[in-house]
Design a binder for this molecule. Structure first.
Ligand SMILES: NC(=O)c1ccc[n+]([C@@H]2O[C@H](COP(=O)([O-])OP(=O)(O)OC[C@H]3O[C@@H](n4cnc5c(N)ncnc54)[C@H](O)[C@@H]3O)[C@@H](O)[C@H]2O)c1
Length: 569
């Protein structure tokens, strides 16, 4: 094992080190070091991880010890009964809770399904570039690697006001200890066997000079073999599928699905052991699959699902195999694509195994804007009557989506984004006026534009006294450069949330949160929720939930914008 060692303290700027392979993380108490595992050549890296709070709240509600933070918080809400005459009976209630945050940031391994895709390669490149503080030339001059577009790395949260009444903000990730994405150990699977230098070049996402600076490191990373069930992704992906462990003598076999679960479980265990990781998170950023039929007796309960995998039922998708394998390994599983991986049997399995899951479909460009704009219009009392969303893209995602069944998965996930907005306003949307917005979604594959997806949207709304308003938007969504920071945030927050436990004051023991991490909704188009609960799509509401959760954990109250200092005499 050849170690190419570089010792750097936590606060030393990370110098650009010529790496030859995948960075791997080894532990030693509160110190981490990168080491080398064949076939990868790597560097050693020492850093201290003791958490020193940068934001110190002077309150007796939150108590820090060396290892944990315990906070008291009284949750306040109201039960509302809508009466037959249209009035509302509102009964406020309170529930006191204790929250506990484990302050030790663990060594985190990330396994991507679809590692060799546009998102997969851009994710790995972004981590290597930031870890080494790479500088590269574009036609605009010299650029330094950054994490723009990531809420956890590049946004702030309001803490309060200064002595002059002006707002004061702190970095999102400074409130509580969160894993630094530079420290992720990354691995994963792909049905295509290209090394990541070749895959990065084919992806056509990154600036040429940056690719040149990364290619030596990227070429050492080769995805693990994956499973390919041709019925689930577009037929046009077939030529990519040269790295599949269910291909025997050139033939694809879709039987032996339970052995596929076991192989993936083994891959996860091997990755964790080889890198001495505390935690692994698996995230699907592979091709969009067709929807699986939800069939009673097949995938409707955890027990039926496991039985159906053992019987090689045809409605078991590769993504469901990955989800089941991860859950059985107690490894959180995040779905970044639109398909219904989380059939009821998977959700029940996650509940039974107390494992976190989150999905579906990254909310990166057009839909993110829609989840702001539709909410803004309806909250302003304007009545959108139609939204026409068109886009064209030329990457492999678009190629796969040019097939009708895979497009249908995307259409469903994109369409649901205005549902809760409509449901929030009975003045504008009711039985008499109609409870729907005409919502049309078109996706076209246009090879020439590559990863620079072009989204064009028209919002047509009714104004007062028969007037109309038309908003047209032309948005060039750099697909993978928008999606990669979301992947980082989903991983950072999943890891963070898995260190939070809670109890009601009357309970004896702390418990994990509910298995479906709906706090992740901010980053997802069709947020998975606890069965029986409606998804919240409005981006600002989602962000408010995140900010306030971090605030209450450090002993602050949820943020309001009452601004009495200014408004009251
Ligand atoms: N802005 C965005 O990029 C964005 C936004 C929302 C959702 N998504 C979704 O993210 C996914 C990935 O997007 P992308 O642009 O990276 O696509 P991509 O086609 O470039 O990459 C997908 C990768 O998955 C691999 N793959 C397919 N089936 C696999 C399997 N069973 N196991 C392992 N690997 C498999 C492919 O070989 C490919 O390398 C797509 O489903 C896309 O719809 C992307």
């Amino acid at each position: 094992m050849a170690n190419h060692s570089v010792r750097i303290s936590a606060n030393t700027p990370r110098c650009a080190v010529q790496l030859q392979g995948q960075l791997q993380l080894m532990s030693g108490g509160s110190r981490y070091k990168y080491a080398c595992f064949p076939p990868y050549a790597t560097i050693e890296f020492i850093m201290t991880v003791q958490f020193v709070p940068k934001v110190k709240v002077q309150t007796d509600k939150a108590k820090f010890s060396e290892s944990e933070l315990v906070t008291n918080y009284v949750y306040k809400n109201a039960i509302v009964d809508k009466q037959a005459d249209g009035s509302f009976a509102v009964k406020p209630f309170e529930e006191p809770y204790h929250f506990k945050v484990d302050l030790k940031v663990p060594k985190v391994g990330v396994m991507l399904v679809g590692l060799g895709g546009n998102n997969g390669t851009t994710f790995v490149a972004s981590i290597l570039a930031n870890r080494n503080q790479l500088q590269f030339h574009t036609k605009e001059g010299l650029k330094t690697a950054n994490y723009y577009g990531s809420v956890t790395q590049s946004s702030t949260i309001k803490l309060g006001i200064d002595s002059k009444g002006q707002d004061v903000y702190a970095p999102f990730n400074s409130l509580l200890p969160m894993v630094n994405p530079n420290d992720f150990v990354v691995g994963g699977w792909d049905i295509n066997g290209d090394n990541l230098a070749v895959a990065m070049q084919k992806a056509q996402v990154l600036e040429y000079d940056l690719q040149e600076k990364l290619k030596e490191q990227m070429k050492e990373i080769v995805p693990l073999k994956s499973i390919y069930y041709p019925d689930f992704i577009a037929a046009n992906q077939d030529e990519r599928a040269n790295n599949c462990f269910n291909r025997v003598n050139g033939e694809i076999h879709t039987t032996g699905k339970w052995s596929h679960v076991e192989q993936i479980r083994k891959d996860i265990r091997d990755f964790k052991a080889a890198n001495k990781l505390d935690k692994v998170i698996v995230l699907w950023t592979a091709n969009t699959e067709r929807y699986a039929d939800v069939v009673s007796g097949v995938n409707d309960t955890a027990e039926n699902l496991l039985e159906s995998i053992k019987k090689d039922h045809e409605e078991i998708a590769p993504s469901t195999v990955f989800a089941v394998a991860s859950i059985l390994e107690h490894v959180p599983y995040i779905n970044g694509s639109p398909q219904n991986t989380f059939v009821p049997g998977v959700i029940e399995l996650a509940e039974n195994n107390c494992t976190y899951i989150g999905g579906d479909d990254f909310k990166s460009g057009q839909t993110k804007l829609k989840s702001v704009l539709a909410q803004f219009l309806v909250d302003a009392g304007i009545r959108p009557v139609s939204i026409a969303s068109y886009n064209h893209l030329g990457n492999n995602d678009g190629y796969n989506l040019s097939s009708p069944r895979q497009f249908r998965s995307k259409e469903i996930s994109k369409a649901s984004v205005v549902d809760d907005v409509i449901a929030s306003n009975e003045i504008l949307y009711n039985d008499k006026l109609g409870r729907k917005i005409d919502h049309c979604i078109v996706i076209k594959y246009l090879n020439a534009v590559g990863d620079s997806k072009v989204a064009m949207d028209e919002y047509y709304s009714e104004l007062m006294l028969g007037g109309h308003n038309r908003i047209s938007i032309h948005n060039v969504c750099e697909d993978s450069l928008l999606a990669t920071p979301l992947i980082i945030d989903l991983l950072v927050m999943t890891e963070f949330l898995s260190r939070v436990t809670y109890k009601k004051v009357s309970d004896n023991k702390y418990a994990d949160m509910y298995s479906v991490l709906s706090f992740l909704s901010y980053w997802l188009k069709a947020p998975l929720t606890r069965p029986g609960y409606q998804a919240i799509n409005g981006l600002n509401k989602q962000r408010q939930g995140l900010d306030n959760f971090l605030r209450i954990l450090i002993g602050l109250e949820p943020l309001d914008e009452l601004r009495f200092e200014e408004r009251l005499v």
